[in-house]
Design a protein around this ligand. Structure first.
Ligand SMILES: *Cc1c(COP(=O)(O)O)cnc(C)c1O
Length: 390
């Protein structure tokens, strides 16, 4: 199957033909040895993706389920969680953790900015937190977190470092074997993600990786207020997918298997560099149209951008005009609704797709009476990619 439209929302992202083909393979029983083989390879490749010596869990559900699995298996009722929030998705950890009786403190940045690491340092000195959450890239604001600064602060305090990698995993560095600040014990403890963002398969899979330290935290809790998301129930299946706990989404696992092969074949370093280049190039090109990214370039995410409209653009009309050209972008959230839009440039999106999107955006702006130069924008796009990759 071929895509009819160019899906440039910040997830789901464009699905490539090989992945559609995998999804359309014959559905087999979940204990069929032919399927079990594929699931095993996907589990192995997920471990490779995160470079973890701990465990990974792949279950049916969205990114939010992955967030829940991460929290409920590491933080007990009555324990403290610190949330570092750069927007709407960072904030989501608060009601989630509160639903399980966890005590939550939040450090919220102004939208488009980062939380000052000095505040994090101060906060973890004031109280003992069981875990601290970092949203690697916040999909509402296009702000990326600086793991190199935050992980050492969190780990030095004795807390677990939980990274929300939805919109980052498979595009940004989330190497769980990396010793941050050169300190052996300063490693990421949990990374969680969903299938439909930078991994590039349709929605429906939650993926969570736990370090040995995070697994020890689960082991220290006798029971947790969860059943489907209790990793103790899934451990036998992740060790041997011929076992049964709850039916895995067979066709999505086929898709994940192919998607991970695509990711590992490109190589994470190359993939990270490509995303950095795409992010900078998209923002530079849209700057030609008088659009400004909400996040300054030094904190901007490689995977998506939130752009403020220039004077004279009506949000709904602009996006409808763009959709009539087959290009789909997302509106902005909360107080930015109507004032900005969000564009994804991640996963298996290509430079050619982004160029097509940039031209269509220019045409939609022209339709609203703006005098913009699409050729110049495309030129800036390719020149920026070359400059970043040089
Ligand atoms: C999309 C997203 C989520 C939520 O994922 P769902 O699949 O919609 O449940 C969580 N965190 C971030 C950073 C996201 O981009």
């Amino acid at each position: 199957m071929k895509n009819q439209e160019l899906l440039l929302v910040p997830g789901p992202t464009p699905v490539v033909d090989e992945i559609y083909d995998a999804l359309a393979s014959e559905t087999r029983g979940h204990t069929d040895p032919r399927f079990v083989e594929v699931f095993k390879r996907a589990i192995g490749n997920t471990k490779k993706l995160f470079r973890t010596d701990g465990e990974v869990y792949i279950v049916a559900g969205s990114g939010t389920l992955a967030m829940e699995m991460a929290i409920v298996n590491t933080v007990a009722r009555g324990e403290r969680l610190l949330v570092i929030s750069h927007g709407y998705f960072g904030d989501r950890f608060t009601p989630l953790a509160k639903a399980f009786g966890i005590e939550v403190d939040v450090l919220q940045s102004e939208w488009g900015k980062r939380v000052d690491p000095a505040l994090v340092e101060q906060k973890v000195k004031e109280k003992a937190y069981k875990a601290v959450t970092i949203t690697h890239a916040d999909t509402s604001t296009g702000v990326a977190s600086d793991l190199d600064t935050l992980i050492p602060i969190i780990k030095a305090s004795g807390a677990l470092a939980v990274v929300d990698g939805v919109v980052a995993t498979a595009a940004m560095d989330e190497d769980m074997s990396k010793a941050y600040g050169g300190h052996e014990a300063y490693r990421i403890d949990v990374v969680l993600t969903g299938s439909q963002k930078a991994i590039g398969i349709p929605p429906g899979l939650a993926l969570v990786a736990f370090s040995k330290t995070a697994l020890a935290a689960r082991a220290a809790m006798e029971t947790i207020p969860a059943y489907y998301t209790d990793i103790d129930n899934w451990r036998p299946i992740m060790g041997n997918p011929a076992m049964y706990f709850a039916t895995p989404p067979v066709n999505l696992i086929y898709a994940l298997d192919v998607a991970l092969q695509i990711v590992l074949e490109e190589g994470m370093k190359a993939r990270e560099a490509r995303h950095v280049a795409f992010g900078k190039a998209v923002r530079a090109a849209l700057g030609v149209y008088g659009m400004t990214a909400l996040a300054n370039e030094d904190v901007a995410a490689p995977t998506l951008s939130c752009l403020l409209y220039p004077e004279g653009v009506e949000d709904a009309t602009f996006r409808a005009s763009l959709a009539s050209r087959g290009v789909i972008v997302a509106g902005a959230l909360a107080h930015l609704a109507g004032k900005a839009f969000r564009i994804g440039h991640m996963g298996n999106t290509t430079a050619a797709m982004l160029e097509e999107g940039i031209v269509a955006i220019g045409e939609a702006l022209q339709e609203q009476g703006l005098d913009v130069n699409t050729e110049q924008a495309v030129r800036v796009f390719s020149e920026t990619i070359e400059a970043v990759q040089a």
